[in-house]
Design a protein around this ligand. Structure first.
Ligand code: GLU
Ligand code: ZN
Length: 292
């Protein structure tokens, strides 16, 4: 089996402990399988970009010894590929224009779920409009290596946006196109994306892409149950002392680094972690409370 994994951060902030968990788990899983581990910067949304993050994210990964293979892929260079996928879905009558506002959807349905209104009467091509993918009444399922069997009635959430009204491509479309193009075989990431996976499976199927293996690791949350994130002002990682933060991340992931490794070098620690990597020890929970 050829193993190709990836880490795909959005440059909307600096890496924090939550990002380290996804990066480390992905890195170790790839290395333990003698696989490749790629880095993709998901810079689809320039207004939300944190200044300097596209430079500092790779620097932090280097400082933590998490070396990736090949060149960094920037999504901002790949818009024509996303446009081609959108075109294909449109040709297959699986995508359509929609100019409904959030407010209109709310008024019609009483929820935020889209009711398929523009499927029948798509707005004129001249108007600024979003694009939605058709979900139909299909059910999707997959086996997550950590969280077990997953199932979803995709239609219940409504047809979802793949290109926004402001012209930006949505994460869902870009991630599927790039995972296929980079021939990603294994995706390791946080449980915050577990539900999104179903939409991605649906797009993969429509576009004729093969399906990667998925492992969704628990996210770290604070005592109030909020996910550790840039929005909650999670502390950025400290590049000057990677070893203790890596040990903490290993413990979070259910690995049991011996205390003697606290004085180890970065290389020694990562090589121990790769040889002793046991994904079966990761808790099959969506979130774990973690306090620094
Ligand atoms: N760019 C996404 C994020 O930072 C992750 C994408 C993925 O791993 O599929 O949340
Ligand atoms: Zn609409």
């Amino acid at each position: 089996m050829t193993y190709i994994g990836r880490f795909a951060p959005s440059p909307t902030g600096l890496l924090h402990f939550g990002s380290l968990l996804a990066a480390l788990a992905g890195y170790l899983d790839a290395r333990a399988h003698q696989g490749q581990w790629l880095l993709r910067i998901e810079d689809l949304d320039p207004p939300r970009e944190f200044p300097g993050a596209r430079i500092q994210i790779p620097q932090t990964l280097e400082a933590f010894g998490l070396h990736w293979d090949g060149d960094i892929l920037f999504q901002s260079n790949r818009l024509s590929h996303y446009q081609a996928a959108l075109h294909q879905l449109h040709q297959q009558q699986q995508a359509y224009r929609c100019d409904c506002s959030r407010k209109q959807i709310q008024q019609r349905t009483g929820t935020t779920c889209y009711d398929g209104h523009c499927r029948q009467q798509s707005p004129a091509a001249t108007a600024a409009s979003a694009w939605r993918a058709c979900t139909n009444q299909i059910s999707t399922q997959f086996e997550d290596a950590i969280q077990g069997p997953q199932q979803c009635q995709l239609g219940d959430g409504g047809d979802f946006v793949i290109k926004r009204k402001d012209g930006l491509f949505a994460y869902q479309l870009a991630v599927v196109v790039d995972d296929a193009c980079q021939q990603i075989s294994h995706i390791v990431r946080g449980c915050d994306l577990l539900e999104e996976t179903h939409r991605q499976l649906h797009l993969q199927q429509l576009l004729g892409f093969s399906r990667p293996h998925y492992s969704h690791i628990p996210v770290a949350s604070n005592a109030a149950g909020q996910k550790l994130s840039k929005q909650n002002l999670a502390q950025p990682l400290d590049n000057s002392r990677p070893v203790p933060q890596l040990i903490e991340a290993l413990r979070f992931l259910g690995q049991q680094p011996p205390t003697t490794l606290c004085d180890a070098s970065l290389d020694e620690l990562l090589s121990w972690a790769t040889t002793h990597w046991q994904p079966s020890q990761i808790a099959s929970q969506h979130a774990i409370t973690w306090e620094p």
